[in-house]
Design a protein around this ligand. Structure first.
Ligand code: BJW
Ligand code: ZN
Length: 239
């Protein structure tokens, strides 16, 4: 492992265009459960019962209860050493940060220009007029909450299965990935598309995975570091 860490540190120091794709695993050490690990966020539900437009149409209150519960957990959590190491890396040599996470912990850590592929749990969007706004309410007076502009039903500003990712954000992420010479894949099972399609072996681009387990991305990785992101990342960016 020490040898791998040394090699990884050198790869980062030598890289000119670093891109990181993060998933739920980077927030695990902040106490936010991942989706697919044992005891994960889907609780006793199937993903299609909570994270689809059909589920929301069928039962908006249950879906909102799940999001309100998560908003409360996230509000009580803090960014961890993994989030902070990515801030340091961005300040030191530049980094394009792409995340699948909706928890906002990268923002709270201090990362900038974050490309959020799956939206933001702190954004609400009106199902009628499309108005979107930032809202940090922990316990809504009523569920579903109303649009602040027209009073119609609001939904979480996140991307559910079967919905398109924000077009401009995904394009910027794909361009950054194509131009990268080092691509870090951190704390994601890499099973959700099109986010996972960004992880590809290219000529002149090293793919480095940081995860506690083997994942769907491991076979594409030139170097796989096994361990918690909050422990490994700080060791990679220390001066
Ligand atoms: C640690 C750790 C520690 C733990 N340190 N590591 C091609 C093939 C097959 C299917 C499809 C395909 N293309 C599209 C699809 C369909 C679908 C899809 O991908 N399905 C697959 C699941 C089969 N994709 C979609 O529907 C997407 N939309 C789409 O394709 O639209 C097409 C379209 C075009 C034009 C018009 C209309 C439509 C949308 C996907 C949206 C995903 N949404 C969610 C919910 C977001 C909101 C919310 O949070 O509630 O996003 S699902 C959920 O999964 C969430 C996550 O961002 C995403 C990824 O999960 P992630 O982050 O990888 O978490 P886990 O739990 O899976 O993994 C955690 C990892 O951490 C593990 O590896 C652990 O080992 C590790 N770990 N502790 C380091 N301390
Ligand atoms: Zn509205």
């Amino acid at each position: 492992m020490q040898q791998h860490l040394q090699q990884a540190r050198q790869l980062i120091a030598d890289a000119r265009r670093v891109v990181a794709l993060t998933g739920a695993g980077i927030s695990a050490e902040s106490g936010i459960r991942t989706f697919r690990d044992p005891g994960g966020l889907w609780r006793n539900f199937r993903p299609e019962d909570l994270a689809t437009p059909e589920a929301f149409k069928r039962d908006p209150v249950t879906v909102w209860e799940w999001y309100q519960w998560r908003r409360q957990l996230i509000a009580a959590a803090s960014p961890n050493a993994g989030h902070l190491a990515l801030v340091r890396l961005q300040q030191r040599q530049g980094l394009t940060l792409i995340t699948q996470n909706v928890d906002g912990l990268h923002d709270r850590a201090g990362s900038t220009g974050i490309l959020k592929l799956h939206g933001d749990i702190w954004t609400l969007r009106c199902t009628a007029c499309g108005h979107a706004w930032h809202d940090e309410t922990h316990t809504f007076a009523a569920l579903p909450p109303p649009c602040e502009r027209c009073g119609a039903m609001a939904r979480p500003g996140v991307v559910w299965f079967g919905e398109a990712l924000p077009e401009v954000v995904f394009r910027q992420a794909a361009e950054a990935a194509a131009a990268a010479d080092l691509f870090l894949v951190i704390g994601t099972s890499a099973v959700v598309f099109p986010a996972a399609s960004l992880i590809r072996q290219r000529k002149n681009c090293t793919v480095m995975e940081i995860n506690i387990e083997r994942t769907a991305a491991t076979s594409n990785a030139d170097l796989a570091l096994r361990g918690p992101a909050g422990e490994i990342l700080p060791q990679l960016v220390m001066d």
